[in-house]
Design a protein around this ligand. Structure first.
Ligand code: FES
Length: 123
């Protein structure tokens, strides 16, 4: 199995790793295929994702996709961030090996859940 240099770079040096205290939205997902878990925290200001962090217990691909989605979503409006798909994340990383494609689901799903959580809290 061959990871792209981008995947290896994000795995070795993940961006925006950690937690945010009192987040405006929290998305938590588990991967039923492997049991890996991810938490994604967002802070929202003026309808934009002002800050975003993740905590992921998972494989190299899960950590790389978590890191990449924080880069993709930071500074975006909620509407733009909602449109970031599972394949956007894996494309941005130069594609994951087919056996690891499911790993990119965690990051996109966690982001969408965090946005839903934010919307629920601010109804
Ligand atoms: Fe679990 Fe990759 S093997 S997310």
């Amino acid at each position: 199995m061959q990871y792209s240099n981008k995947v290896i770079g994000h795995f070795k040096n993940p961006h925006n790793m950690g937690a945010i205290e009192n987040p405006d939205g929290l998305g938590q997902v588990g991967n039923p295929v492997c049991g890996d878990m991810m938490k994604l925290y967002i802070k929202v200001k003026d309808n934009k994702i002002e800050n975003i962090k993740f905590q992921t217990l998972g494989c190299a691909a899960a950590i790389a996709t978590s890191s990449m989605i924080t880069d993709l979503a930071k500074g975006k409006t909620l509407e733009q961030a909602e449109k970031i798909s599972r394949s956007d994340v894996s494309d941005a990383l130069g594609k994951l090996p087919p056996i690891k494609e499911h790993c990119s689901n965690l990051a996109a799903d966690a982001l969408h859940r965090a946005i839903q959580d934010y919307k629920k809290r601010n109804k």
